[in-house]
Design a protein around this ligand. Structure first.
Ligand code: ZN
Ligand code: ZN
Length: 528
């Protein structure tokens, strides 16, 4: 018998977590953060206590309560046994850890996790999962996990745990403290056109990944075939309106899968929306508007979009070329492009070597542009963050053109030379740049739901108004998700026995339009 259980991503956008089971063997598809749930309890400086490991998340129901997948250190504190009986409840949760489950049953609860793409709402919870669980994703997604780990406080390639140590000196010698240690995760590559067998030695599942078009590179859909011959297709997040080389992936996915699977787990983020703006149209519309402005020569052009969106970068680069301006990108985007440029499928080539690409250098620490200001944010100066005193540092201006790094005063002096990529958390830079009045600000990132966190548009608009910028949002956004018409066409082409909608706030649309829609309860298994 085969069964499916959905633990996250039902009637909400993101936080997908799907379990497929046959012969007492299971695989998981995605395990992501659910923004809408976390926003119910947390805001601004009120956050889950990271030092309390997984326990805050479990108590509030912010991660799926699945036994046998999370590391023992995340559920029971390393100090538990040394604590008084009355305080022990503070250091444990009743959920069974990976290790406990393995000890009791002789096999792990899940044999592998497959991640569709590197958006937090699809992979964040891997940080709690036992490092022994094999994780499969595309080569680009694995690289993006490394990039995200380099650029943030969180290392998704490693599992963290603690050991108790005793202080030898300083304040309070003899007192215990927790020493943080790391274990490498087992992240494997799911190559297109190559089936992954799970478990490797006695396979129950064969999983095949298909590259698809989405707002982040490396996204995949998966086709799972079980040993009893059942087939499940999972779209992940998908669209059909990226650049030509991107949308072809989604079309090939539909052409290459076998139709009529038992189940089609399909995303429906924009199911109530029929706007069909493509990446190409965004650049055309921007160019048309800007070329029509007779005063453009005195204006700076700002664009905001997520730094992981290579697709949107290519769109804006086309605009820069058409207007004969240089595109200044944020350091995190430059870091990402440098590390992804070897993937030919992304069509990045030697783009960082081009004269019309610049990288913004923000002021930090002493605020004097001293190199020493960047030792805690090395990515601002270099595409490598493992600096070594003994070795020369690969600064961007050594690897690429020597004037690739651009400072605020360069932009202030020559606003008409540039298109400037500026994101929400960098709005302070406007104070240094002093843009000419009436400069454009294109918001190219808004989704019905922003997968990288809530967009603080109210705050953004205060900045826009303070600096007298011309705000453009409608008509200039291509979504990362397929509109209704494309979802409908995709379902017709896949022609599944049953449809399970996920990553949507409108499951009713599926029930209304397709009689074979199955609406599941969270955590309740369905046998097929
Ligand atoms: Zn998503
Ligand atoms: Zn996504």
């Amino acid at each position: 018998m085969t069964s499916i259980t959905i633990y996250g991503g039902l009637s909400t956008i993101g936080g997908n977590c799907i379990l497929i089971e046959e012969n007492d063997t299971r695989i998981m598809l995605d395990n992501g953060m659910c923004f809408s749930k976390e926003n119910l309890y947390y805001k601004d400086f009120l956050n889950p206590r990271t030092n309390n490991a997984l326990r805050d998340y479990l108590e509030l129901g912010l991660v799926p309560k699945i036994p046998g997948i999370y590391g023992k250190d995340k559920i029971k504190d390393v100090c538990l046994d040394t604590m008084d009986l009355e305080s022990q409840y503070l250091f444990e949760h009743s959920l069974k850890s990976y290790e406990e489950y393995l000890r009791e049953t002789g096999k792990p609860f899940i044999s592998a996790l497959f991640i569709t793409h590197a958006h937090l709402d699809h992979f964040r919870n891997i940080k709690f999962m036992a490092p022994e669980i094999p994780i499969y994703c595309s080569k680009i997604t694995k690289k993006l996990l490394a990039i995200v780990s380099d650029l943030s406080q969180e290392n998704f390639l490693k599992y963290s745990y603690y050991e108790i140590k005793e202080r030898s000196g300083g304040f309070f010698p003899g007192c215990t403290y927790k020493d943080k240690l790391y274990q490498k995760r087992d992240i494997k590559i799911a190559n297109p056109n190559k089936k992954v067998r799970v478990p490797e030695d006695d396979p129950i599942f064969e999983v095949e990944g298909f590259p698809v078009d989405h707002s982040i590179p490396g996204a995949m859909a998966f086709q799972i075939t079980t040993i009893s011959g059942k087939r499940i297709i999972y779209s992940g997040d998908i669209r059909f309106h990226g650049h030509k080389h991107e949308k072809e992936n989604s079309l090939q996915f539909l052409n290459n899968i076998e139709p009529i699977p038992e189940l089609f787990i399909v995303e429906g983020t924009r199911i109530s929306d029929n706007d069909q703006v493509s990446e190409k149209e965004v650049s055309h519309r921007m160019i048309a508007l800007l070329k029509n402005d007779r005063n453009l020569h005195s204006k700076l052009i700002f664009v905001t979009f997520p730094w992981k969106s290579i697709s949107r970068f290519l769109t804006v680069y086309k605009v820069a070329e058409a207007l004969n301006r240089s595109l200044i990108i944020q350091p995190k985007l430059a870091y990402t492009i440098h590390h992804l440029k070897g993937f030919n499928s992304l069509k990045l080539g030697d783009i960082l070597e081009k004269e019309n690409i610049k990288i913004y250098l923000p002021r930090k620490y002493s605020m004097t542009y001293s190199k020493a200001d960047y030792v805690y944010s090395k990515y601002n100066l270099s595409p490598h963050v493992d600096w070594d005193n003994e070795q020369e540092i690969d600064f961007y201006n050594c690897l690429y053109e020597d004037d690739i790094l651009v400072r605020a005063y360069d932009i202030r002096n020559n606003p008409s030379h540039y298109i400037f990529h500026l994101n929400f958390y960098e709005l302070n830079e406007l104070i240094d740049i002093q843009p000419p009045k009436g400069s454009y600000f294109f918001n190219l990132k808004t989704e019905p739901f922003d997968e990288e966190g809530e967009l603080e548009e109210k705050v953004l608009l205060s900045w826009i108004s303070k600096f007298n910028l011309d705000y453009k949002k409608e008509h200039y956004h291509a979504s990362g998700h397929a509109p209704e018409i494309h979802i409908r066409e995709m379902i017709n082409k896949v022609n599944p026995t049953l449809i399970i909608p996920v990553h949507t706030e409108n499951s009713e649309w599926f029930s209304k339009n397709f009689g074979n829609t199955l609406i599941l309860e969270q955590g309740t298994s369905y046998n097929f």
